[in-house]
Write a protein that binds this ligand. Structure first.
Ligand SMILES: CC(C)(COP(=O)(O)OP(=O)(O)OC[C@H]1O[C@@H](n2cnc3c(N)ncnc32)[C@H](O)[C@@H]1OP(=O)(O)O)[C@@H](O)C(=O)NCCC(=O)NCCS
Length: 146
């Protein structure tokens, strides 16, 4: 399949924006609005390309970015956010993207994930990568990798 997992570059911003704005990704996003491209690029640059910034990885096949995996620092832990373009779902890419990104992140900090209860694909990829359920409510299951 020629799948590569690598740190995101600034010129991946537009492709990440496209994937983030796909209906399935927006449906589970904390902010489900369509974000304008210019706003996204400036946010992306500030968040992931400044010293001490957060970390973002991408999955690429044949030079085309097909998914992203973000780790946003929230005090003593990271909060993860991941998406794969919908035409590539169910091929094992999300599982590999998450696992390889965690390896490349090389952190001792716990990684958290908030998963919608109905999002069974997401539940699978976190559990397959060793995340443990720490709590749940009506809306979400809260996972942690330590
Ligand atoms: C969650 C997401 C990243 C998973 O990526 P993916 O590449 O499809 O993941 P994988 O193929 O590695 O694994 C998904 C598993 O869930 C299964 N699956 C997919 N949809 C499912 C559903 N509706 N019900 C049950 N299982 C489902 C797949 O068959 C696969 O399992 P299998 O390997 O046993 O066949 C992808 O679905 C996505 O981008 N969704 C939109 C954004 C999102 O939900 N992000 C997570 C926010 S916490």
């Amino acid at each position: 399949m020629g799948l590569i997992i690598r740190p995101a570059q600034l010129d991946d911003a537009q492709r990440i924006w496209e994937i983030r704005n796909e209906p399935q990704a927006r449906a589970v996003a904390a902010n489900s609005d369509v974000i304008p491209l210019a706003q996204h690029i400036s946010w992306f640059e500030n968040k992931y390309f400044k010293p001490e910034g957060d970390s973002c990885f991408v999955a690429e096949i044949d030079g085309k970015v097909i998914g992203y995996c973000r780790f946003d620092s929230e005090g003593d832990h990271y909060l993860n956010s991941i998406a794969v373009t919908s035409s590539m779902h169910g091929k094992g890419i999300g599982t590999i993207l998450l696992g390889q990104s965690i390896k490349q992140l090389k952190t001792d900090k716990p990684i958290h994930a908030e998963v919608r209860r109905y999002n069974l694909a997401s539940v699978k990829i976190f559990e397959r990568n060793g995340f443990k359920k720490v709590s749940e409510d009506k809306k979400n299951i809260y996972y942690q990798l330590t």
